[in-house]
Design a protein around this ligand. Structure first.
Ligand SMILES: NC(=O)c1ccc[n+]([C@@H]2O[C@H](COP(=O)([O-])OP(=O)(O)OC[C@H]3O[C@@H](n4cnc5c(N)ncnc54)[C@H](O)[C@@H]3O)[C@@H](O)[C@H]2O)c1
Length: 363
């Protein structure tokens, strides 16, 4: 039986505890939070046998009681330090999105992977619904032809009360606005299907929220395989929706959901002459919903087969690099290529890079 410890017992930690409870072969061994009372209440609610004073305390337990996995559910600013602490203690960190505040911050995780040999799991649960897995399978087999055009829209609504929590809407702790915290779910799924991106041209604006960061961003992204996608990330949209659309040579696949999907949220339209694909899609789409449970199952399956647990650092970094490139393009008004943001580049160390244009106006 594998043992999990959850660090940070706020809102999203519930999804982790529920996933652990729903997954055979793994159990919740304890929780940690800076707020002791919140940790106690969470432990009681989810049947955790222990509340630890710190992650170090949990990692110092005898090997047969120490955690195998540490679920990092704290605000983004603490993800990398906690993940490295877990790795050094021999536990695999499962790090909530966004995995790090910047590419520089993320690259400390890569160095720690090399040093400790312990992999990091990036938590991006939308890759794991069976319909997304099935779509990737059909594409990999060549059944869909080339991907040509795609759309990823995250149109969500977060009011001023949401931003009353001190870490939200800040570059220093949240790392960015919807490009880092909300739309990242949809464009991570987009990248999981379309593969490596090549270049991006973007805008980011602050329309209506009392934040340091943007509340809307939009981008045109090209991919190594020639596909072109548009991305829209908003937290000022009263009718909320999350939408993805993929036009392949032989079919269109569309997803409309809000915070999670199953196969009923997808529609699949074969091109004229490719009607047989509809049956293949139905066979592949399955019924597993996206979510933390689906990703945890994939993590344990990878352990069983000796593969790197998904989402790997290579994949998570590509998604984080797209966030960085959206900011770099928006704030410097130019196209940014993949691989361009390296040490010394202003957007390597911080997503705000040279600074949001509105910072100068409001300073
Ligand atoms: N995957 C998803 O769908 C999803 C959804 C919401 C949030 N998130 C992500 O999950 C993370 C947490 O978000 P949330 O909304 O649950 O936050 P939250 O504010 O509700 O909870 C965070 C908890 O972490 C605790 N904490 C902070 N620093 C700590 C530290 N160093 N050690 C121990 N505990 C610490 C806080 O006391 C708090 O209880 C963020 O990265 C967020 O982007 C992911």
């Amino acid at each position: 039986m594998f043992r999990s410890v959850i660090v940070g017992t706020g809102a999203i930690a519930n999804a982790h505890a529920e996933a652990i409870a729903a997954t055979p072969g793994i159990e919740l061994a304890g929780v940690v939070d800076l707020a002791a009372e919140r940790a106690q209440e969470f432990a009681a609610r989810h049947g955790s046998p222990a509340v630890f004073g710190s992650l170090a305390e949990a990692l110092a337990l005898a090997p047969d009681a120490a955690p195998d996995y540490v679920h990092i559910c704290t605000p983004p600013g603490s993800h990398v330090d906690l993940a490295i602490e877990a790795q050094r203690g021999g536990a695999v960190p499962i790090v909530e999105k966004p995995p790090a505040l910047s590419l520089e911050d993320f690259d400390r995780l890569l160095a720690s992977e090399d040093e400790t040999g312990v992999p990091v799991v990036g938590l991006f649960q939308h890759r794991f619904g069976s319909a997304a897995v099935g779509l990737r399978g059909l594409l990999a087999e060549g059944a869909l032809g080339r991907p040509l055009v795609a759309v990823a829209e995250t149109l969500w609504y977060r009011d001023d009360d949401y931003f009353a929590v001190p870490w939200r809407g800040t570059w220093g702790v949240e790392g960015g606005g919807p490009t880092m915290g909300h739309g990242i779910h949809q464009f991570d799924l987009l990248l999981s299907i379309l593969g490596p991106w090549a270049s991006v041209r973007a805008v980011a604006v602050r329309q209506n929220r009392p934040t340091e960061t943007e509340d809307v961003s939009s981008a045109i992204v090209t991919f190594e395989n020639g596909a072109v996608a548009t991305i829209l990330n908003s937290i000022v949209s009263p009718r909320e929706t999350s939408r993805l659309r993929f036009d392949f040579e032989h079919a269109t696949a569309e997803l409309e959901h809000l915070y999670g999907y199953d196969s009923t949220h997808w529609t699949f339209t074969p091109a004229r002459g490719s009607e047989d694909l509809a049956e293949d899609w139905t066979a592949r789409a399955g019924s597993t919903p996206s979510g933390h449970t689906a990703q945890l199952a994939a993590v344990l399956a990878a352990r069983e087969s000796g593969e790197r647990p998904p989402v790997t650092t290579a994949d998570a970094r590509r998604t984080l690099e797209l966030s960085a490139a959206i900011y770099a393009s928006a704030f410097t008004d130019r196209t940014v290529a993949a691989g361009e943001i390296v040490p010394g580049h202003p957007f390597y160390a911080s997503m705000q890079g040279t600074g949001a244009p509105w910072a100068a106006v409001t300073a």
